[in-house]
Write a protein that binds this ligand. Structure first.
Ligand SMILES: Cc1cc2nc3c(=O)[nH]c(=O)nc-3n(C[C@H](O)[C@H](O)[C@H](O)COP(=O)(O)OP(=O)(O)OC[C@H]3O[C@@H](n4cnc5c(N)ncnc54)[C@H](O)[C@@H]3O)c2cc1C
Length: 669
């Protein structure tokens, strides 16, 4: 890596020239660094706004899952079978599914070799269990903090290899050369948050042959979210230069706690806590679910099932299924403006036609699970202590004592199945730009639980393979780089200068803008979608973006990182809402983890009013047979394209032929 200096519009900035810049420090980004290094590409660096601030390091759940090909026992599995199960989730390209399945064992054992403590038996079998949308037992877990443990091991390896880390560097722009289909990324502008002083915006410029974008999910566009607060995402960076997004309509939403953001899945539900709601000031406590369920057995069983049917799924809303609870929680919190709590101290109580909770009322599946677990104990907290003490400890560590207080909860955004489009080497339509991890939307409508982590590892490995093999060139000479990018850097500098305004006393404008973005996405772009309102909200989103671009004002240069992030998130939410609008206009109905209101549909339960009528997407419908791609053209106009879903490749791989192609360097393209 060479360091020099450049001057743009009278301001002097450091310029780093290198082969590959990796943006982000989640498990996908770090794995890309480790794999590039191991494949001989040492001219690399990581720029991250907050080392370890992403979802990987900070999130987890009751038993955080890593989905991999089966590696134990006598149940047959194969990459093709695994690819089919990924593909069958709907709207996922078959070649990508095959890559994720084919690379699964290598990526998993790479983590094992780095020390991630995945459990195995005395014979070396990495036994698995069944997760959601998983017909086999492909899931494994290193406990509630699987992705954090992955982060730790990968971070240790990055440090051992002395890969340069630019911490506190928030990337605010990607720099490109060429136009249209010939556009390629050639660098980035970051703000070094430690170097902002006076009027100096702290700009740092990178001149790179390749950019690996591991910036994670678009967490910052949601108000109600279980992503860690330090994770916001930066899709706007890539959308701004014309990168294509696909399946942006598909995300996962589910019940999570708010004070400390944590998924309320698994044992948290299986112990059957009491659900209550109160008014905004904590008065008027009510067991609101009782108004909708026909009897306590059905209600308590639905709560139990929520444990392993965690993401909201409209297919599980009818017949008093577990996802009816998500709808009712949303109704309490968003529609009625009340607050919802899970209370582990008491069993669900009876009221009206419902009797008080007792084990004898449970449906057989729930009863036998608790019985076999030795958990037929008097209260939810005692059952939780017995089945999963660490689940209580996690809250204690964050100042919440489940034995003493109820836990505030809501239906939260958790994961984006869609995201930026990549090819089978995870390269986007912008050449040399490799979105890896959650920012790369490889999955479609449904995906097996845990496959996000697998995808992040396989994708970053594949990006490293192609870069090390095909894109190992030297960066451009400084002068040539500057000739191409100076106007782009100047534009960002001018934006920065215009935003800093004398006489603006606070960042209230910024806070309000962010609150509006988040409110709009959580109400109109989360798990309840209303075809009547979406058009208006898309318009409002673009109007807000235009307003912010022209008139966002901040008191000082210190607020530039937040201001650029707000612009990024505003653009991101507008494009996400555009995708949802397009889906709804093409008669897209409920699927995956969202419900589309439809006056011609059925109510989830008779006790709810007609507003809640919905219908499921037909697997043969247009939207089920195609994938929606969306991007911005050179004039920042939205372009949408419905593309065919590529099937799983069926060509036979004959060893002699593969070997010949391999020897003649025809594999990595
Ligand atoms: C509560 C919860 C539970 C989950 N459970 C599971 C599970 O059981 N199994 C599973 O497979 N998946 C699960 N997921 C999803 C999975 O954890 C994430 O998809 C995955 O960790 C994302 O990893 P990543 O490397 O792509 O991004 P992240 O780990 O989110 O990292 C993103 C990085 O990018 C950086 N960054 C962002 N913007 C910029 C910028 N402009 N400049 C510089 N740096 C930037 C951030 O600081 C961060 O370091 C869960 C998610 C949540 C929220």
């Amino acid at each position: 890596m060479r360091k020099s200096e450049i001057v743009v519009s009278g301001a002097k900035f450091p310029l780093y020239s290198l082969n590959t810049l990796i943006i982000g420090s989640g498990t996908a980004a770090l794995n890309a660094g480790v794999c590039l290094y191991d494949r001989g590409q040492r001219d690399i660096a990581i720029a991250t706004e907050d080392f370890g601030g992403g979802t990987s390091n900070k999130s987890g759940s009751d038993k955080q899952t890593y989905y991999k090909i089966s590696l134990a026992g006598d149940r047959p599995d194969s990459p093709l079978e695994m690819a089919k199960d990924l593909f069958n989730g709907g709207c996922m390209h078959g070649d990508i599914a095959l890559c994720e399945a084919q690379g699964s064992a290598a990526a998993f054992f790479h983590l094992v070799s780095l020390g991630v403590p995945f459990p195995h038996d005395p014979f070396g079998a990495y036994v698995g269990y069944k997760t959601d949308h998983d017909p086999r037992q492909r899931a494994t877990s290193a406990g509630p903090l699987t992705s954090h443990l992955m982060f730790e091991c990968l971070a240790k390896e990055i440090r051992k290899k002395r890969i340069k880390i630019f911490d506190n560097h928030q990337v605010i722009a990607l720099l490109t050369d060429g136009r249209g289909e010939n556009k390629r990324v050639i660098g980035a502008v970051a703000i070094d948050k430690t170097r902002i002083k006076g009027k100096n915006p702290g700009f740092v410029v990178f001149n790179a042959v390749n950019i690996i974008l591991g910036t994670g999910g678009p967490a910052g566009i949601y108000k109600t979210s279980v992503y860690p607060e330090s994770q916001t995402g930066s899709h706007g960076l890539a959308l701004e230069i014309g990168a294509v997004g696909n399946n942006l309509t598909e995300s996962q939403f589910g019940l999570a706690s708010l004070k400390f953001r944590w998924n309320l899945s698994g044992t948290y539900q299986q112990v059957i806590p009491r659900y209550v709601s109160t008014d905004g000031k904590g008065r008027d406590e009510r067991e609101f679910l009782n108004d909708y369920f026909p009897d306590m057995g059905t209600l308590a069983t639905a709560i139990f099932l929520k444990g392993y049917q965690w993401p909201f799924d409209p297919r599980k809303a009818a017949s008093y299924g577990s996802s009816l609870i998500d709808i009712l929680v949303y109704r309490e919190t968003v529609v009625k403006g009340r607050r919802v709590y899970l209370d582990f101290r008491r069993n669900p109580g009876g009221a009206g036609k419902l009797r008080d909770f007792s084990f004898g009322l449970l449906h057989p599946e729930a009863f036998s699970y608790l019985q076999r677990s030795g958990a037929l104990l008097p209260t939810p907290i005692e059952r939780l202590e017995h089945m999963n003490q660490p689940a209580i400890d996690v809250y204690k560590d964050h100042g919440i004592d489940l034995e003493k207080e109820p836990l505030e909860a809501a239906v939260c955004a958790q994961h984006n199945n869609g995201g930026l489009k990549g090819n089978i080497w995870w390269e986007s339509n912008i050449e040399h730009l490799f979105p890896v991890g959650e920012v790369n939307g490889t999955h479609g409508v449904y995906r097996p639980g845990g496959s996000a982590l697998n995808s992040g590892q396989v994708g970053s490995l594949r990006a490293a393979m192609v870069i090390a093999r095909r894109y190992s060139d030297q960066p451009l000479k400084e002068r040539e780089f500057l000739e191409t990018t100076e106007s782009q850097i100047r534009l960002k500098l001018e934006t920065a200068r215009q935003m800093i305004a004398k006489g603006i006393p606070t960042t209230a404008g910024l806070t309000k803008a962010l609150a509006d973005i988040r409110q709009r996405t959580s109400v109109h772009g989360a798990h309840i979608r209303n075809p009547i309102q979406i058009g208006c909200e898309v318009e409002n989103a673009w109007k807000q973006y235009a307003r912010l671009k022209k008139g966002l004002k901040i008191p000082s240069a210190r607020d530039l990182p937040a201001a650029f992030k707000t612009l990024d998130l505003c653009l991101t939410h507008a494009v996400y809402l555009e995708a949802i609008k397009e889906y709804l206009e093409k008669d897209g109905a409920s699927r995956g983890s969202f419900l589309v209101l439809d006056p011609n549909g059925e109510k989830p339960c008779p006790e709810l009013d007609d507003f809640w009528k919905f219908s499921m997407a037909n697997p043969e419908s247009f939207v089920s047979r195609k994938i929606l791609e969306i991007c911005l053209d050179e004039n920042m106009r939205v372009q949408k394209r419905w593309v065919d879903i590529r099937p799983i490749p069926s060509e036979e791989s004959w060893f002699e032929n593969v070997w010949s192609d391999f020897r003649n360097d025809r594999i990595i393209r």
